[in-house]
Design a protein around this ligand. Structure first.
Ligand code: ATP
Ligand code: MG
Length: 265
């Protein structure tokens, strides 16, 4: 691939998408740089998933520009995105619960060995590669033969992240990886997000939660009903401001007031 060192891995300029008469996204711009985390924040229906589906090749944008390492692209399928190193971990993870951790790690790309004219699944190689890749990310699983269904939600996210890193992703897109997790597990997942970033990947982190975004994020794109509400680098905004922007400032104050008076009764 080409691209100058300072060319963003991904850049969108004024991008938009409609589903029939529903405008799901309009005039959104942001960048994803190597070794950085771009956070996309917004309420339900804000257009977060629509944006990442465009980046992941699930949907095509119908206005604006989408550049990968400086070159305009329009993906026909998720395979096109993967070929350019853009890997996406969806919230409803594409894992097979009854298959082992290591089989899920490879999912169709398992190592094979030849004995004479026959090819066999190389279980030992598969197990060891998976263990090593997980250990490289600081994930310590006792047994990679255990079914993925026995892992916690956070551990599953971590396996998916390690898989993307192992298979050479340049950009890692995570759609609400912490949404269903408790405080401790969310912390574990965020630690792996930071690790992927430190290995030089560009990460796109979608979340509702400014407390999850702020510690790992380098830039923050806020969406509201499909439109950009704000776009900040970390130095331009603090956690309190990000939280109040998310909540729609005045609205949350009114809500606090209302709840307080209810409690007082
Ligand atoms: N396939 C679709 N067909 C029609 N409308 C859609 C489709 N997908 C999304 N929309 C609409 O586009 C808008 C943005 O949806 P999107 O899923 O991108 O929001 P989101 O920010 O990911 O929300 P959530 O936090 O609930 O996941 C919503 O109004 C939604 O109803
Ligand atoms: Mg969504």
């Amino acid at each position: 691939m080409t691209g100058q060192p300072d060319t963003p891995l991904i850049e969108v300029r004024g991008i938009g998408k409609s589903y029939g008469s529903v405008i799901a996204l309009r005039d959104v711009s942001t960048v994803v740089n190597a070794g950085e985390v771009t956070c996309v924040l917004g309420d339900n229906g804000a257009g977060k998933s629509t944006l990442i589906k465009i980046l992941a090749g699930v949907h095509r944008h119908d206005s604006g520009e989408f550049l990968v390492e400086g070159r305009p692209v329009s993906f026909a399928s998720p395979r096109d995105a993967l070929e350019l190193g853009i890997a996406t971990v969806y919230q409803d993870l594409a894992v097979v619960p009854l298959l082992s951790v290591w089989r899920n790690f490879f999912l169709g790309a398992e190592p094979r060995k030849s004995i004479g004219p026959l090819k066999f699944l190389d279980r030992r190689e598969g197990r060891e590669t998976t263990k090593r890749a997980l250990a490289d990310m600081g994930i310590d699983l006792r047994d990679v033969e255990q079914p993925v269904g026995t892992l916690s939600g956070g551990e599953r996210q971590c396996v998916a992240i390690a898989r993307a890193v192992h298979f050479g992703a340049k950009v890692l897109i995570l759609d609400e990886p912490t949404a269903a997790l408790g405080v401790k597990q969310a912390g574990v997942v965020l630690r792996y997000v930071a690790q992927a970033r430190d290995r030089g990947l560009g990460v796109v982190l979608i979340t509702h939660n400014p407390h999850h975004a702020y510690p790992v994020g380098d830039r923050f794109l806020l969406l509201n009903r499909g439109a950009p509400l704000g776009s900040y680098e970390k130095s331009e905004i603090d956690l309190a401001e990000l939280t109040s922007q998310m909540a729609g400032g005045a609205e949350i104050e009114a809500l606090e007031h209302e709840l307080r008076s209810v409690n007082a009764k």
